[in-house]
Design a protein around this ligand. Structure first.
Ligand SMILES: [Zn+2]
Ligand SMILES: [Zn+2]
Length: 115
């Protein structure tokens, strides 16, 4: 899968609903089974480990542990096979808006916050 940088992609943390910061994390590459640096987004909260990457969706990442924990959200767009991310959060109605990272994709899901 090719990873194209998209300026508009700003995923929100599934726990805090804050904008995540672009970063790189050491992640186990499913193809080679070797840890490698993966472009990702991380929550800005120091104590929060939620991470989002185009190859793995949302998962909890802890420094020094390339393997992901059990917590992960991996919900693929049926058209582009890219993991949905939270683009908007309505704090009054507690509704998350999930989008496909593909530019111009019409797949949008709204779901009540479950965590
Ligand atoms: Zn967070
Ligand atoms: Zn899509």
């Amino acid at each position: 899968m090719t990873t194209i940088e998209r300026e508009t992609l700003v995923p929100l943390c599934p726990r805090h609903h804050d904008e995540m910061k672009s970063s790189e994390v050491l992640r186990l590459d499913p193809a080679s089974n070797e840890p490698k640096m993966t472009p990702s987004y991380r929550c800005a909260e120091v104590s929060c480990h939620w991470t989002y990457s185009l190859s793995g969706g949302y998962y909890v990442y802890r420094e020094g542990e390339p393997r992901e924990g059990k917590e992960s959200i991996y919900d693929l767009c049926p058209t582009h096979h890219q993991p949905f991310y939270i683009s908007k959060y309505d704090s009054q109605g507690k509704i998350e808006t999930w989008r496909c990272p593909e530019a111009g994709c019409e797949s949008v899901k709204k779901s009540p916050m479950q965590r």
